[in-house]
Design a protein around this ligand. Structure first.
Ligand code: NCD
Ligand code: ZN
Length: 355
C-alpha cells in the first residue's frame, strides 16, 4: 500500500525558462506546466522568432487559448533580441505589461537562433536603453565560433562577452540562463549585483557521460551540454545553497523523437512532467529540503520584481515510486520525457493554504 512518509508545503513554483513551441506541440505540452507552475518565462525562439511586441501578443493569445480552464497559469512573454530590434517597440511592450524580459541568443548558439546577435557590441546601445526599462536581459551564454571546443563555450562566453558587457552596462539586470559549470556558478555568486542564473533539473542530474552510456543517448543532448561531474556537483551546491542568485528554469525543450533520434539530432530535453519530483528528490538527498522553496518559488520572483504566488504546492514523499509517463504523444509523433535514471517518490499537488 502507498503511504505518505514525509510532506513539505512551499509557495507555488514558477518556471523561469520554458520552451512551449506552437500548434500541436504547444497544445500537448502546456498542461504539464500550467498544472504545476504559477507562471513561466516563455522562450521566444520560434521559427520565425518572437521579435516584436505584436508577435509576443499573438503568441501569448495562442498559449492562453490552450490553458485548461481549471489551471491557474500565467505565461510571461519575452522578446528575441536581434541587431535590428526596435527599442520603441520593446518599451511599448514593457509599458503595456506584455514583455517581461528580452532574450539574447548569440547567432547559431542553439535551436532557431540563426537570427540572434552576431556581435554583442552592436547591441550595446540597445542594451543600455533596456537597462532603464526595469526588465532583465536573459542570456544564452555560449560562444559560437566553431573553433571553440563545445564543452568550453559557456566559459569562453563569460570571459569574452559577459564580463565586458557587465563592465560596460553595470545597471543592466542579467539572468545567465541554464548555467552548466562551476566557473559560471562561482562567477554569479561572486558578482555584487544585477546578475542571477537559472539552473535546470537535468543539469543537476546528468553529467556529460550520460550522453554516451553504452552508445549515443540523444535524449540527454541539450544545449548548453552537460559537463563533467565536478560541474554537476557545483550546480547542486549552488541550487541548494539558498543563495537568492539561483532559481529554477527547467529549459524544458520538447522535440519530436524522430528529430532527436536522427543523424543530426536536435538539442533539448523535455522535463516538465517530472521536473518538480526530480528537484524534491535532489534537495532531499542534499538534506536541503528547507531550501527548495527558495529555488523553485521565491528567488526568481524576487529577481524579476514580481510578487510570489499566493497559493501553495504540497510535496509528499510516498513509500512506493511514482508512475511517470516515458513519452507523450502528439498525433502520430512522440516526445520522450526526461528520464532521471532513478525512481521518483515525491508527488506534489496544488493547495490553497499552507496548512
Ligand atoms: C532549446 C530548444 O530546443 O529550444 N534547446 C536546448 O537544448 N536547451 C534552446 C536552448 O535553450 O538552448
Ligand atoms: Zn532554453
Amino acid at each position: 500500500m502507498t503511504k505518505v512518509i514525509q510532506t513539505i508545503a512551499v509557495r507555488k513554483p514558477d518556471d523561469w525558462h520554458l520552451h512551449l513551441r506552437t500548434g500541436r506541440i504547444l497544445k500537448e505540452v502546456l498542461k504539464y506546466s500550467s498544472s504545476n507552475f504559477g507562471r513561466a518565462i516563455i522562450m521566444p525562439n520560434l521559427d520565425p522568432p518572437v521579435v516584436t511586441t505584436q508577435q509576443a501578443k499573438n503568441y501569448c493569445n495562442q498559449i492562453l487559448d490552450f490553458i485548461p480552464k481549471e489551471h491557474d497559469f500565467k505565461p510571461l512573454m519575452t522578446l528575441f533580441l536581434t541587431e535590428d530590434s526596435d527599442i520603441r517597440d520593446i518599451e511599448e511592450g514593457v509599458k503595456e505589461g506584455i514583455i517581461n524580459a528580452v532574450k539574447l541568443y548569440p547567432a547559431g548558439a542553439t535551436t532557431n537562433s540563426e537570427n540572434g546577435v552576431r556581435n554583442i557590441s552592436k547591441v550595446y546601445k540597445l542594451l543600455e536603453k533596456i537597462s532603464f526599462l526595469g526588465i532583465p536581459l536573459l542570456i544564452h551564454g555560449e560562444a559560437t565560433q566553431s573553433k571553440i571546443d563545445v564543452f568550453d563555450r559557456e566559459s569562453v562566453f563569460v570571459t569574452e562577452s559577459l564580463i565586458p558587457l557587465r563592465k560596460r552596462i553595470p545597471n543592466l539586470r542579467i539572468v545567465l540562463e541554464h548555467i552548466t559549470t562551476k566557473d559560471s556558478a562561482d562567477y554569479v555568486l561572486d558578482s555584487d549585483q544585477n546578475l542571477a542564473a537559472t539552473i535546470t533539473p537535468h543539469h543537476l542530474i546528468i553529467n556529460r557521460n550520460s550522453m554516451f552510456i553504452g552508445g549515443i543517448r540523444p535524449h540527454y543532448y541539450c544545449l548548453p551540454l552537460a559537463k563533467r561531474e565536478l560541474h554537476r556537483l557545483a550546480l547542486i551546491k549552488a541550487a541548494t545553497s539558498g543563495s537568492s542568485k539561483f532559481f529554477l528554469g527547467t529549459d524544458s525543450a520538447p522535440h519530436f523523437d524522430h528529430l532527436k533520434e536522427n543523424a543530426c539530432g536536435c538539442a533539448g530535453i523535455f522535463s516538465t512532467p517530472n521536473a518538480l519530483s526530480c528537484l524534491a528528490h535532489i534537495f532531499e538527498q542534499e538534506l536541503a529540503l528547507e531550501k527548495l522553496e527558495k529555488f523553485i518559488s521565491l528567488n526568481g520572483a524576487r529577481y524579476y520584481g514580481l510578487p510570489v504566488n499566493k497559493s501553495y504546492t504540497k510535496f509528499s514523499k510516498m513509500n512506493t515510486p511514482k508512475e511517470t509517463p516515458k513519452k507523450i504523444n502528439v498525433g502520430e509523433n512522440s516526445i520522450t520525457v526526461f528520464d532521471p535514471g532513478f525512481s521518483l517518490f515525491w508527488e506534489h499537488k496544488n493547495i490553497r493554504d499552507k496548512n
